[in-house]
Design a protein around this ligand. Sequence first.
Ligand SMILES: [Cu+2]
Length: 118
Amino acid sequence: MRRFSLLGIIPLLLLLAAGEATAHALLDHAEPPVGNTVATPPREVTLWFTQKLEPAFSSVTVTNAAGQRVDSGKARVNGSQMSVALRPGGPGTYHVKWQVLSVDAHRTNGNFTFQVGQ
Ligand SMILES: [Cu+2]
């Protein structure tokens, strides 16, 4: 009885694991890298996701250490990649907030920081 129920659960777990791996656009990596320090304020931020994005419903905002928005407001989406241009914002901690709609029609969002050195 016990053996039977365990065997029945394994395919279900595999199915859930596979679904989770392909579901939703999650942040894969970014430039500047998440949590890293760069010497000078970057001219743009680029984010790479685990799934293709819907350009019309995907956006990213970037604020500098003073809390001022430094992004151009116009994110560019190319497949699973999203970039936004920045104006110079000085040194300190930058906050990046993103929200995207992936092609499977799921919304996800997140945020991270990077540092700009003096
Ligand atoms: Cu999904």
